[in-house]
Design a protein around this ligand. Sequence first.
Ligand code: 26W
Length: 815
Amino acid sequence: MTEITAPKSPVTADQFADEIREQLKYAQGVTAEQATAADVYVAAAKAVRNHLQDAWFTTQADTVNGNTKAVGYLSAEFLMGKQLENALLNAGLTDQFDEAVKALGFEPKDIVDAEYEPGLGNGGLGRLAACFIDSLASLGVPAFGYGIQYRYGIFKQQFDENGKQVETPDYWLSNEEPWGHIDYNRDQKVSFGGEVVEENGKKVWKPAWSVRAVPVDYLVPGYKSQRVNTLRLWTARSYDEFDLLAFNRSEYMEAVEPKVKAENISKILYPEDSTKVGKELRLEQQYFFVSASLHDAIRVFYPGQDKPDLTTFPDKITFQLNDTHPVIGIPELMRILIDEYGYDWDTAWTITQKTFNYTCHTLLPEALEVWPSSLIGELLPRHLEIIEKISDQFKAELREKGVAENTINDMAIYTGDAVRMAYLATYGGSHVNGVAELHSQLLKDVTLKNFSDAYPDKFTNVTNGVTPRRFVKLANPALSDLITEGLGTDKWVSDLEMLQGLVPLAQDDEFVKKFAAVKQANKHAFVGFAKDHYGIDIDENTMFNTMVKRLHEYKRQSLKILAVISRYAGIKNGTVAADDVLPRTVFFGAKAAPGYYLAKMTIQLINNVARVINNDPDVKGKLAVHMLPNYNIEMAQNLIPATELDEQISQAGKEASGTGNMKFALNGALTVGTLDGANVEIRERVGAENFFLFGMNVDEVEALYANGYDPAKYYEADPRLKQAIDLVAGGTFSEGDRNAYAPLVSDWLTKDWFMTLADFTSYANIQAKIEELYTHPLDWNRKALLNVANSGFFSSDRSIEDYLERIWHTGPLAD
Ligand code: 26W
């Protein structure tokens, strides 16, 4: 991607300061002297946005008028993180901003800190969507991100005095939100309920109620590409705000009921991260944003046309379905084409299949959405009809292919009382991809085997990636400067495989020492961040060992805490010789879905293990544990650059990819991990000698399931494990209350579905290898530097290039 030269007139710091003063005065009614950091943040954000507006108009015009097919990324989640620094970087205004706010009497950091982090996502899937739209804009590919502007994002996490997770609402729109432009005149009507009637041979849907979908547009600036794409998030409004008659009858609840019912749709993000939510409101949310988005795309690409030739629709835009959440879009496009534009079934089907592609982000059966047909029938009666017809057509097609009847039944999209969204997505789209090589292989060999056998060409892989702008350039400026020094250019920020050029420098001890100094400086910085944000004291002369991700049994935070307890016991009872102890600080960060009982109990256990260890003088300076509250993008951007050892210890075959693993490798942490998800590809690229591998691989896991897994056997076999579990069961971490963790302990000893106990010994044994290397800082940092140098592949720019080549068949707009 050629870097287009700088914008027409780079603004000077003084001019930028004036623009901020303008905003303060005329848009916010305060003088620079009266302004608070929060005022200046809003003014600076608006000033940056204005600078991006021209490039946005040009990009929109080129997108609509050019003949470069656009990408529509349909996602129920976009975990964008704070916007100001990223917008300044991609707009090339960082220096001007720093000088301008200093001239206004503020510290840049205080303005950046004034921003409220939007939390419109749960975890991996939502953050991946954010990285992808950054890369699409940075590669100059015309694209629209389509989603929901939830009024309440992911809950805020605090811990009560017993270490239990407490959720509080994330009302992120309480203050002015300068990035989103609410565009009432580009609203869409979305309907629900009612019935389908036959009128002169045609099916007509008579909905019972409808809501107004209002777009809130966020500019998505590319890095040095002069292209600015759109993130269009829909917010729900009611057409009739208020039932005056009910009010006059002093039926106040009835009076506002229409408003509440409508606005409920975009009220809150479902905090579930890997277990399907069968709630009607969730389906309403999915249909709401998908229907609005499809109608919006027709409006954008066929402006002012009431009889557009929609057979060209798949050439104008190709839609990526981010997991099963937007898959109702397939019957919705069929309905639009047939009912609203009068196309026949076959023409509509051809258009629809060509328009959609599906990315699966999980392997957990419980995460694959299956909607009761009663719910779809009640909320979307016309869509259920269409789904039934698609399902029958699919069966007929399979019979054509000679597929066995029982297999056809196993593959049924509509089973009479349920609709399997992953099957609908696989049949209804052109491509299906997993998010790492191992994951995509398991989709073909297991989860969607019948489909892969019937439609082998549909299946492909695109290994995930992360944006180097936010997760290296912004999060780790010291490392970025060292990389630029080592490579002699900063072009690596938009061409990450250039990091390869650092490989020879790993043999240059001076350079490795500089690298080590960067890590130490980042550790020091995080000690300050943690003091400010969590009020905790951290010893920076310990190994920083981190495990941050959603709390889920398959990710095995339980394995980590059992190993920590075992180590604690070892130090206490001297089985680990005092001077052999390598001082380590273990950081956890993890939100649990509010209804996930065992996950919340694991958080409580981790907090209480931390309480006991951190207050035990016998291990002071040797071992410390911190469960940092409210893991979010900001914490990731501060903790990842400071981390030396990253935990990617999920059971093999369960983590579809992981993306945290990539961020840690790119920031010079070594990984201890299993052969799961993208760990496999990270290890392949950084070198097995630069990765701490342990545990069973997928085949060994499958074999153990097949032969019957008895976790208690492993409890008996390894005294370290037995001791650790006995300490938990014995009340050591619950002031003697032996029942506090009983459900967790009994799950470990009787079920342990994700085989934490079976992998414990291998995990405990590799710790010695890790600590041995850490006592040789030059070797440790050499290996860490080689992780950085060989992780350029894990840029989301490369992922997008793979999507462009294998699935979307489009590319950047002409310059
Ligand atoms: C219906 C509830 C629900 C909500 C979200 C089910 C499943 C999800 C997501 C698919 C869960 C998720 O975030 N998956 C993660 O996606 C990442 C991006 O591809 C992967 O890197 C992670 O391995 C995967 O767990």
